[in-house]
Design a protein around this ligand. Structure first.
Ligand SMILES: NC(=O)c1ccc[n+]([C@@H]2O[C@H](COP(=O)([O-])OP(=O)(O)OC[C@H]3O[C@@H](n4cnc5c(N)ncnc54)[C@H](O)[C@@H]3O)[C@@H](O)[C@H]2O)c1
Length: 272
């Protein structure tokens, strides 16, 4: 990842999916504060309108697009609308995501597919519609995919989410390799948030008693221990300015979890 001089982002365009609330809304606010034009995408039109009104009021140029990232044509329409209105995209943040709790054998197949539809296919659709346009523009651009610290760990009763985030991170790493090979000025970063105080668990689907209990517990944990969405957005832009590929919201905790994971893998130890 080449370091980005954040001053160079003024008068360029950011696209943020899942921008109607939480981390996505905070990233959009931060981008607008840097002087970027901001395209907000979400399927929550009420939230989208609120964030769009707030940013417009603050003086930003905003385009709000209703978009379900699980639908390839929706994301393609988003990319076409943004390019027509604002020209080349400088920063794409594939951030829309949903949580999931419940034991693997209790999960409804439709729920499992939905989680992967948003968290994995949603990221793929963003890459598929925006990267060719970035390559055609030939100007510097960056793709950020929001994974999770769960992308490098495993936990019980959250398997659908964790598996989807492992996949989203793998997509992100492969994309970085493919773009480096292409020689194009398009860079890639992975955002791996730790706990952030958003409504993600309240919005999540759950299956079975284990899922419901964990969902309530985790929503309380985020309230008590999560950083604010604004702090998460700050971590993202600090990471981009530092040229980081791996961007964490809690680097110290991430370091502990990464070391534990590496020890398990290199020590041939089973999950614990
Ligand atoms: N909050 C945390 O502790 C945490 C930790 C690690 C990773 N993350 C990741 O951060 C991202 C943002 O999560 P958040 O915590 O801000 O949650 P959130 O629920 O506040 O925001 C997610 C947004 O995505 C939107 N969305 C969901 N499905 C969509 C779809 N199909 N199409 C378009 N938009 C859709 C929702 O409407 C919502 O506005 C997610 O990818 C999540 O997995 C969050």
């Amino acid at each position: 990842m080449r370091a980005i001089d954040l001053r160079d982002l003024a008068d360029t365009t950011a696209v943020v999916t899942g921008a109607a609330s939480g981390i996505g809304a905070a990233i959009a606010r931060h981008a607008a504060a840097l002087g970027m034009r901001v395209a907000l995408a979400d399927f929550d039109t009420g939230g989208l309108d609120r964030v769009a009104a707030e940013l417009t009021e603050a003086g930003a140029e905003v385009l709000a697009v209703r978009c379900d990232v699980t639908v390839a044509d929706d994301v393609e329409r988003l990319a076409a609308a943004v390019t027509e209105r604002f020209g080349p995209v400088r920063l794409l943040v594939n951030n829309a995501g949903i949580e999931s709790t419940g034991r693997l054998w209790e999960l409804d197949p439709a729920h499992f597919a939905r989680v992967h539809g948003v968290n994995v296919a949603g990221v793929f659709h963003g890459i598929r519609s925006f990267v060719p346009r970035m390559l055609a523009a030939g100007t510097p651009a960056t793709v950020v995919n929001t994974a999770s610290i769960g992308a490098v760990t495993t936990v019980a009763a959250q398997a659908a989410y964790v598996a989807s985030k492992h996949a989203a991170l793998a997509l992100t790493e492969c994309l970085a390799l493919e773009l480096a090979e292409s020689g194009a000025p398009v860079t890639v970063a992975a955002l791996l948030p730790g706990p952030v105080d958003t409504a993600i668990y309240a919005n999540a689907g759950a299956d079975g008693a284990a899922g419901d209990a964990l969902r309530a517990r985790m929503q309380g944990f985020l309230r008590e221990r999560g950083v604010t969405p604004e702090a998460a957005a700050q971590s993202l832009f600090d990471g981009l300015a530092a040229g980081e590929f791996w961007i964490y919201t809690d680097p110290e905790r991430a370091d502990v979890l990464l070391r534990q994971r590496a020890e398990r893998l290199t020590g041939h130890l089973p999950p614990a």
